[in-house]
Design a protein around this ligand. Structure first.
Ligand SMILES: [Zn+2]
Ligand SMILES: [Zn+2]
Length: 291
């Protein structure tokens, strides 16, 4: 993935081929309004595609204005769905959003002998391209969270046993949402959640004196952690640059979701010792189907 909420590109591959590509950007200049605006985007795209195919010696078969989604599937967008076949097939959706004025294109690829229509429909119906109520939905491999829209994605760590999305707000405030599993295996060894958490997050916790409070989070067993900066004296004795930093506070919510067999960790670092962002984001993480 490259880019951000404004302009970007996302690609998903399986072991063999590219499966999905999504591009989006703000509309610059003017388009004819209504559906004709979108068909104008598709015209240009299909022209370029045709030229490329010709160069590569492929025969391209394009079908425009395919009725692929039901009416009103994306109520705030003008859309055109179209398909093309060459040595493989692509189902495409071009859109222009009436709310945020972004334009974009989703492509779902399949081999000629595969039918991926249902999956493509589900994906296209779920398309969201702007924040709602000040929050941006971030979803990756089933980890779904609502992040205040002024946080920007800074880093992503994607392993099957550990997913982390890291965000920053105005360079000073950090937010990390993590999913780690399988919980049954991890907690068999560590016995207690906190007993696992402390060594696992040793590096992130090293500048803080932490207080833990057991509690219920998202209907699951878990705890909250609050970290205050270690005393200045302690830091002066340490030959690190960290003493140059201003005091920041850590807040986190950690819980085990039995249903999905994963551990969830939402933590924030802020100069504001009363920051509630970790709590607010944790309250809306979808850990199993508790949306
Ligand atoms: Zn939009
Ligand atoms: Zn859960």
């Amino acid at each position: 993935m490259t880019g951000d909420a404004g302009t970007g590109y996302l690609r998903l591959d399986d072991l063999e081929v590219v499966r999905v590509e999504v591009e989006w950007r703000p509309l610059k200049g003017r388009l004819p309004s209504g559906a004709s605006g979108v068909s104008h985007i598709v015209d240009k795209y299909v022209d370029r595609l045709g030229a490329k195919a010709k160069k590569a010696g492929h025969t391209l078969h394009v079908e425009r204005n395919v009725r692929f989604l039901e009416d009103g599937a994306l109520p705030d967008k003008d859309i055109e769905t179209f398909t093309w076949d060459a040595d493989y097939r692509a189902i495409n959706l071009a859109w222009q959003c009436k709310t945020c004025n972004r334009i974009g294109l989703v492509r779902v690829f399949s081999k000629l002998n595969e039918d991926v229509s249902d999956a493509a429909r589900r994906l296209m119906r779920s398309l969201r391209d702007h924040a709602e109520e000040g929050k941006q939905v971030w979803a990756v491999y089933g980890l779904i969270c609502n992040i205040p829209e002024d946080f920007r994605l800074e880093e992503q760590f994607l392993r099957s046993g550990h997913i982390r999305l890291s965000f920053k707000r105005r360079k000073k405030e950090e937010l990390h949402v993590e999913r780690i599993g399988p919980a049954s295996l991890i907690l068999k060894e560590a016995e207690r959640l906190q007993g696992w958490f402390e060594p696992f997050f040793k590096k992130a916790l090293k500048d803080y004196v932490c207080v833990y409070t057991d509690g219920d989070i998202r209907g699951h067993r878990g705890f909250r952690v609050e970290g205050s900066p270690r005393s200045l004296l302690w830091r002066i004795l340490k030959p690190t640059l960290s003493r140059m930093r201003r005091s920041v506070y850590l807040k986190g919510c950690v819980w085990v979701c039995k249903e999905s067999n994963r551990i969830f960790v939402v933590r924030a670092v802020s100069k504001d010792r009363n920051s509630t962002v970790a709590e607010a984001v944790a309250a809306e993480v979808v850990c199993h189907n508790n949306e």
